[in-house]
Design a protein around this ligand. Structure first.
Ligand code: NAD
Ligand code: DAU
Length: 334
């Protein structure tokens, strides 16, 4: 099997690359990544020396970066995106570019240079908008409510349109909130773990009662591989951890794990357009044989331990440009 993994230096993409490289040593893997502030070459250290691994520094929005990599590729797995909701509120430019135009560029290049290739495209549960009751099935209407999720909805609607119009070979995956090793320390769980370790306040938005459906990143990787093996082309698949928790409870668990006083949790001004709850019905994926491997709390303990043991990985990421973002975004909140 020959894979092109776009965005493979980021959080889920690098976990997926390491997972596939371990499980299928004979598969050829090309990672194409622009290395934005979240894309880290060091996330791929484990696979860098491997014979059948190639890293290409490039942009999915540039046809000339994508096209030469496509001949002979069986699957393109597209993780490449701008992904952090708060930054999409500050400026949505890069989100519209990569999450919409980038998807279009990949598909056009594939139509010309790998007509036999298939695309596994990463969308998100955020495309359903907030789900106040029940669990979203794949046939629910899309109702994104922030610039990130709107861009992701635009990208995946283009994929659907190519499936319908051009008989394009693609599968769309909509995972819920991933957590685990190598997540950039601006997302909720790694931010709270690393802030707690640095004895800084933990800025909880609004009343902290928002709900996310947590999915351990390795379980997401297993699901994605299963979709390549058994998923139906042209279909959409939810990937939900089925572990709904209020943010405040997760924040308290992190404090408990690290022996930090819960007073470190500080309720701050809410994120504009903050979706109250996400929840997915993952029955379609479960019917292929997938289920999350361990309970949320066990995986959270493992994740906290990973950040405790890998200070050298995350500490530098919280300096430089990130410090400036933190000052701008949280300055008036904290
Ligand atoms: P991430 O931000 O950690 O990684 C994204 C990667 O894409 C980075 O390595 C970045 O350098 C690269 N990239 C960005 N723009 C690019 C471009 N124009 N060309 C090439 N590479 C580019 O994101 P993540 O959390 O790993 O998410 C991966 C995918 O999964 C995204 O599509 C995201 O929307 C989706 N998703 C994420 C989650 C989650 O909880 N993290 C949940 C559902 C869906
Ligand atoms: O649901 C899937 C999505 O999950 C992905 O598509 C996105 O790429 C990913 O970034 C993530 O988006 P969220 O906005 O849900 O994740 P985030 O980690 O930013 O926030 C999780 C929850 O924690 C959310 O309710 C907001 C809250 N939060 C977050 C931060 C950064 C806080 O209360 N305080 C914070 O400082």
């Amino acid at each position: 099997m020959n894979l092109l993994i776009t965005g493979g230096a980021g959080f889920i993409g690098s976990n997926f690359t390491r997972y596939i490289a371990r499980k299928h040593p004979d598969w050829k893997i090309i990672v194409l990544d622009k290395l934005n502030y979240r894309g880290r070459r060091e996330n791929l250290l484990e696979v860098e020396g491997r014979l059948k691994f190639h890293f290409i520094h490039g942009d999915i929005c540039i046809e000339g970066d994508v096209a030469p990599l496509l001949p002979g590729i069986d699957w393109v797995i597209n993780f490449a995106a701008e992904t952090f909701v708060d930054r999409s509120i500050m400026s949505a430019n890069d989100f519209v570019r990569t999450d919409v135009l980038g998807v279009f560029t990949i598909m056009e290049a594939m139509r010309e240079h790998s007509p036999e290739g298939r695309l596994l495209h990463l969308s998100t549960d955020e495309v359903y908008g907030e789900i106040l009751k029940g669990k979203a099935g794949e046939d629910w209407p899309l109702a994104p409510r922030n610039p990130y999720s709107a861009s992701k909805a635009g990208g995946e609607m283009l994929v659907s349109s190519y499936i319908n119009t051009h008989n394009f070979a693609a599968i769309i995956a909509r995972p819920s909130n991933n957590f685990g090793p190598h997540q950039f320390p601006e997302n909720f769980i790694p931010l709270f773990i690393t802030n707690a370790l640095e004895k800084k306040p933990l800025p909880l938005y609004g009343d902290g009662r928002q709900v996310r459906d947590w999915l351990f990143v390795e379980d997401c990787c297993v699901a994605l591989e299963m979709l390549m093996e058994k998923g139906e082309l042209g279909e959409v698949y939810n990937i939900g951890g089925g572990e709904e928790r209020e943010n405040i409870l997760v924040a308290e668990l992190i404090c408990q794990e690290l022996g930090v006083d819960k007073k470190a949790i500080k309720l701050v001004k809410d994120r504009p357009g903050h979706d109250r709850r996400y929840a997915l019905d993952s029955g379609r994926l479960a019917s292929l044989g997938w289920a999350p491997s361990k309970p949320f709390e066990e995986r959270l303990t493992e994740t906290v331990r990973w950040y405790v043991e890998n200070v050298d990985w995350w500490k530098p990421l919280k300096s430089g440009e990130y410090k400036e973002f933190y000052r701008q975004w949280y300055g008036e909140r904290l």
